[in-house]
Design a protein around this ligand. Structure first.
Ligand SMILES: NC(=O)c1ccc[n+]([C@@H]2O[C@H](COP(=O)([O-])OP(=O)(O)OC[C@H]3O[C@@H](n4cnc5c(N)ncnc54)[C@H](OP(=O)(O)O)[C@@H]3O)[C@@H](O)[C@H]2O)c1
Length: 315
């Protein structure tokens, strides 16, 4: 009997679209994929066209999760930055256990590295969302469904979303990231997906169950110098207050995401920990991690100068 790999979040969404990337990587290797989508639309049509079996469902609906897990041994779990991660995790892990799943690759979130004293410590989670991830990882562990946790910091795609508009309009990034010396660890969603797909396809079970994935640990100043190099023009970083930032983005971000990111920025701004990039991507995939500069170069078109829009500050 063949066992398709179940990929949740398969249509991709507002964050890194890691599920969609995992589907593409698996299909390219001829692996049979069941793509779990929240709704049928043009994105699911495209996945079907690429060769995926489509399972429409809701991660908060146990019956649809149970149906999607039929004959599945390996699965990728990702849930958007939205309320109810813990319910989705508990439902998925319970149904995976009933189905006899042997490996779940869980798209979790940065929790420091295992050398950090605060690693996975529930009392020191930087945001409520991050606390939810720490608890969700444990729920998966308790369910004993062979879960490995990919723990990445903000994605490069997140930085792109935060600054592309003001960089295109004014060559400027307005963020509450402090005076320029704070270190913001980053990784690319493509590498998250590549690590996940490799773990799902490799024979046997992974040798460890936590994969901290830090590709770059640059200061804010270095991040925007890198962007300037990639775009071939200087990009200014202008620090703003948390309140200014929240005011500027509140119409585009759900309250859950706004709360998480606001706390994360405060955490990185005030963090005294010296973090090193990890070698996880190379160790798992045999390829170097995408650098931030490579990512910015690949996305330069989105931040091409549109001409300056007067002297008003648009964030
Ligand atoms: N963004 C970052 O910088 C970052 C960094 C580290 C870790 N993470 C973690 O990565 C995760 C997000 O991963 P991602 O980038 O793959 O997310 P994404 O791009 O936002 O995609 C989420 C997918 O989940 C689907 N979905 C939403 N609600 C659902 C439900 N109730 N049932 C079934 N499917 C549902 C969405 O479908 P519809 O669009 O049709 O609703 C979408 O396809 C979060 O847990 C986040 O904490 C993110």
């Amino acid at each position: 009997m063949s066992h398709p790999i179940l990929v949740t979040g398969a249509a991709g969404g507002q964050q890194g679209s890691t599920g969609r990337l995992v589907v593409g990587l698996l299909l390219a290797q001829g692996i049979s994929v069941r793509a779990f989508v929240h709704k049928l639309d043009a994105r699911s049509d495209e996945l079907r066209r690429q060769g995926a079996e489509i399972a429409e469902g809701d991660l908060l609906n146990p019956a649809s999760v149970q149906a999607a897990l039929k004959d599945v041994k390996r699965a990728y779990f990702t849930y958007p930055v939205a309320d109810r991660l813990l319910e989705a995790t508990a439902i998925f892990s319970a149904m995976a256990r009933d189905a006899g799943v042997e490996l779940v690759v869980n798209n979790s979130q940065f929790q420091g590295t295992s050398e950090d004293p605060l690693f996975r410590d529930l009392r020191h989670a930087p945001s409520f969302r991050n606390l939810q991830h720490r608890v969700a990882d444990r729920i998966f562990d308790w369910a004993q469904v062979g879960t490995v946790h990919i723990q990445a910091p903000p994605y490069y795609e997140n930085v792109r979303a935060l600054v592309s508009h003001s960089v295109a309009a004014q060559d400027t990034a307005f963020l509450p990231w402090g005076d320029g010396d704070a270190v913001i660890p980053l990784a690319g969603a493509e590498d998250v997906a590549r690590v996940a797909a490799t773990l799902l396809v490799n024979p046997g079970l992974p040798p460890k169950n936590v994969f901290p994935l830090l590709s770059e640990t640059l200061t804010v100043r270095e991040i925007f110098e890198t962007l300037g190099r990639a775009l071939g023009r200087p990009i200014r970083y202008v620090p703003i207050t948390d309140e200014q930032w929240a005011d500027a983005v509140k119409e585009h971000l759900k309250p859950h995401a706004l709360d998480h990111l606001s706390h994360l920025w405060q955490y990185f701004r005030n963090s005294k920990e010296q973090r090193q990039a990890t070698n996880t991507i190379r160790e798992v995939t045999g390829r170097n991690a995408q650098t931030l500069e490579e990512f910015f170069r690949a996305n330069a078109q989105l931040m091409a100068a549109k001409g300056h829009v007067g002297s008003a500050k648009t964030i």
